[in-house]
Design a protein around this ligand. Sequence first.
Ligand code: COA
Length: 628
Amino acid sequence: MRCELAARSRWFTGRFGSRSRLTSSFGFKEYQKMQQESCNSNKRGQPNYATDVRRLWTANTCLKIHFLGKTILWMKILCFPHNLMFNSLVRTYLTKAYPVLNGKLQPIHQHVFESNLQNSMIHSKRYLELMKRVQKGGGEKAILRHTQRNRKLLVRDRLRLLLDKGEILELSPFAGLGMPYGDIPAAGCLTGIGKVSGVWCVFIANDATVKGGTVYPVAVKKQLRAQDIAIQNRLPCIYLVDSGGAFLPLQADIFPDKNHGGRTFYNEAIMSATGIPQVAVVCGSCTAGGAYIPTMADETVMVDKIGTIFLAGPPLVKAATGEDSSPEDLGGATMHAKVSGCIDHFAATEEEAYKCARNIIATLNLELPPNMPTDFEEPLYAAEELNGLAPRDYAYTLDIKLVLSRLTDGSKFLEFKALFGTTLITGFAQIKGHLVGIVANNGELTHNASLKGSHFVQLCDQRNIPIIFLQNTRPNVTVTRTLSKAVAVTNQLKAQGSMIASVACATVPKITIVIGGCYGGESFAMCGRSFDPNFLFLWPNARIGLVSPNHCSEFLEIDGNIQDDAQLKTMKEMLEDETSAFHSTSRIWDDGVILPADTRTVIGQCLNIFKQEPRFHSHPERQVTLRI
Ligand code: COA
């Protein structure tokens, strides 16, 4: 930032896009100056916004009054506070004037495009197969036991009753597949974000068809990640509890450590104390550890006959004391509603319980953000074509602007530093009507590209604009083989360090989409998992690893550890599997795999969710003890 101080101060005063120009102190003189500057910038080849702005400015800020034959301009903006809305109107209007990208595919792209397309079809097929598989939960036998014997609703039907009709953002649906301890569909619990009574809420819902809803190590991780999202985005949490507690054979990986099961309860307490509501619906067993979730929630609903809360069930009581007891007497809804006071609402049926939870959310005294934008333009190019732009390998990467033109509103993009560090593309756009900053790999993260990235991330942070990282980092790390190269490599490292620091310190919401490679150090600068993006999704073709399978022989060579062909082949196969998107997502190193064609929808949902954030009437200094 420092070295470009002079240039940037000019930039700030010369553009309309700068929010600082358009906020509270906006006046007529400034408007005239802006007009002048716009004309000047037009002479320098910049787009001319002046006519549009003048028309909009007059319409929104001035009231024309005819008095004694003269026209008086009455400054509405000074008289009516609601005209502060003007700022966002201008911003929306100006972004509509952003330059349109040329996203047309050229004959020269055809070979690579088709090869990528074939690869994407294979991955999409796998994606759909896995989706079908996880939707079956624990399998037919377990479903029959759950619905016929235990008379409970399936977890997806429960969510249908709880959530408003409309979009749901399910998180990590493929978590738990192919774990060393077996396949655990959806990690035995569904997590995601959906609207309840008009409010975006995180849901965490056990699937009792998967080993009685018991909690495996991967389920702990999934629940903690959902809570993290709730904390970072300040979203209420709703727990649908139906769980036999810890999966006992793996207790050493579930109980003792900081980020193990106990952390769920710690998070619940901290969230509640900082004004993030916690609501539980007991719709099955809450045994042992599971019993703490409803007892620590701000408000708990329990379903008669189906729900139980106890530290140990009837068999354990019999073994310990010799007494016979029924689950109902030991910890049923009637007992907890009338005697222990552990629950706040008794529900005769599951349907009644979800209605009750919806009513609880309606009492949160939450100021909802204004209606989300609906009058945005769609991209000019088909989203399905992203399948041919999803690189099957880093060498098959096409110009990132082809991807951008299929994601942004009207395929428009206002590029920043277009001629500098061109292997990273930065600029502003709208996605589903939301202004965003975009940082997208278009080759190696060189010295200049890193400085540019660092600068742009700081701009977005200063202007409170969410950042979208489109990550496709290169697998072949620069290696210093000669002294003469050492200086260049070190300078590149220093510049990358600057970008990494900017990304780490930016406080605006961040979304990372890995569209190709997520390799080595460059992935940190592109807001990889350890840099706390609010959401991180992968395209099915993505590769995540320190090195690419194709480059493992180079690394072994550098190590002086040359293997024979058979060993090299085994190593490559292992890397092929370990670096795949499906391997990553099953371990929750991300928030899910999304199909390229769904990217715009998913980003739009995340941006809508961010809008809800600061509107709780919370008083963190007044920490209320909600449970006695
Ligand atoms: N650890 C490991 N496996 C468990 C388990 C646990 N805590 N609780 C249940 N299971 C397994 C059962 O062995 C069964 O496995 P199977 O399908 O291979 O036969 C499966 O989960 C379903 O259990 P089942 O009892 O048949 O189903 P259900 O829906 O009628 O009852 C529970 C579910 C959870 C209410 C019941 O199994 C139970 O009370 N479990 C013990 C809970 C407990 O004491 N937990 C303490 C943990 S700290």
